[in-house]
Design a protein around this ligand. Structure first.
Ligand code: 5BU
Length: 276
C-alpha cells in the first residue's frame, strides 16, 4: 500500500480503527478542509465568537482551555453546540507530561474534565510509555485519540533526532490510542521498526507553526506556509492561530476571509499532493 500521505483522506478514514481519527478524517473529507484553528484568546466571549466565525471553514478547533479567564462549565456546552452546528472535531492542546497516575487525573478531573469533551488531546513522550497507559485508561473507553509531540515548531526545540524516533516507537506500540503526532513532517519510516513490518501504519500529522504573512512571532515561533507543510512535508492538518484572528477578535469579516484563505491554500496543497 502507498504511503498514507499519497492516499485520500476518505480512503484513510475507512482504514482507521480509532473513532477520533476516523471522525477527523471523515470531517476533513466532508468539509474539504484540512485547516485547524487554534483559538488562543483569554475571554469566553471572544473564544466562542471566533469559533462561530471560523467554524464553517475548519475540520478541527484546537483549544487551550486553561487560558480562558472566565471559564465556567457552560463554556463547554457552548463549544459542543458549535461543534455540532459547524461540524468540527475538538482538540485540547493540553500537552500532558507527567506520570501515568497524574495525567489520568488531569485528563479526567479538575475544573476542565478534558476527556469528557475533547475528541483528541496530546502528550509529551518525555515520561516514557506510562504516559500513554495513564491517558488511555481514561480516553480509550470514551473513544478518544492521542497525539504525541514528536517535534515542535519553535526555534531550538529539543524534540528532534533520537527523541523523535523514540516517540514514533512509543506510538507504534499503542496504535489503538495514539492516532498520530504533532510534528513538522511525516513520521513514516522513522525509528527502528522497518516500515514494511507495519503495512497499514497511518499516523496523522497535525502541524502548528503555519502562517502566510510572517515567518515568526519574535518569541521563538517559526512559520511555514500551508504548501510547505502539506505538499512538501506531507503533513495532514495545518494548525493556524494568530494568522487567522490577528490581535482583534472583533474583526469578523477579516477573520472569515483569512480562514477561507488558509482553508483554500491547505486544500490546494493536498490536491496537488495526491495527484497521480
Ligand atoms: P499561532 O498563533 O499560529 O502561532 O499558534 C500556534 C498554536 O499551536 C499555539 O496554540 C501553540 O500553543 C501551538 N503549538 C505550536 O505553535 N507549536 C508547537 O510545536 C506545538 C503547539 Br506542539
Amino acid at each position: 500500500m502507498s504511503s498514507p500521505h499519497l492516499r485520500t483522506y476518505a480512503e484513510r478514514a475507512l482504514q482507521h480503527k480509532n473513532p477520533a481519527a476516523k471522525l477527523l478524517l471523515e470531517t476533513i473529507e466532508r468539509k474539504k478542509s484540512n485547516l485547524a484553528v487554534s483559538v488562543d484568546v483569554a475571554s469566553a466571549k471572544d473564544f466562542l465568537a471566533i469559533i462561530d466565525v471560523v467554524g464553517p471553514f475548519v475540520c478541527l478547533i484546537k483549544t487551550h482551555i486553561d487560558i480562558i479567564h472566565d471559564f465556567t462549565p457552560s463554556l463547554i456546552t457552548d463549544l459542543q453546540a458549535l461543534s455540532v452546528k459547524h461540524d468540527f472535531v475538538i482538540f485540547e492542546d493540553r500537552k500532558f507530561a507527567d506520570i501515568g497516575n497524574t495525567v489520568a487525573l488531569q485528563y479526567s478531573s479538575g475544573v476542565h474534565k478534558i476527556a469528557s469533551w475533547s475528541h483528541i488531546t496530546n502528550a509529551h513522550p518525555v515520561p516514557g510509555p506510562s504516559i500513554i497507559s495513564g491517558l488511555s485508561s481514561v480516553g480509550l473507553p470514551l473513544g478518544r485519540g492521542l497525539l504525541l509531540l514528536a517535534e515542535m515548531s519553535t526555534k531550538g526545540s529539543l524534540a528532534s533526532g533520537s527523541y523523535t524516533e523514540a516517540a514514533v516507537q512509543m506510538a507504534r506500540e499503542h496504535r489503538n490510542f495514539v492516532i498520530g503526532f504533532i510534528a513538522q513532517r511525516r513520521m513514516d519510516g522513522i525509528g527502528t521498526t522497518p516500515d514494511e513490518s507495519i503495512p497499514d501504519e497511518d499516523f496523522l500529522i497535525l502541524t502548528p507553526g503555519v502562517g502566510l504573512d510572517v515567518s515568526g512571532d519574535g518569541m521563538g515561533q517559526q512559520y511555514r506556509t500551508p504548501r510547505q507543510v502539506v505538499l512538501d512535508s506531507g503533513c495532514d492538518v495545518i494548525i493556524v492561530g494568530r494568522g487567522i484572528y490577528g490581535k482583534d477578535p472583533s474583526l469578523v469579516e477579516a477573520i472569515s476571509a483569512q480562514a477561507q484563505r488558509y482553508r483554500d491554500d491547505g486544500w490546494a496543497a493536498y490536491l496537488a499532493r495526491i495527484k497521480p
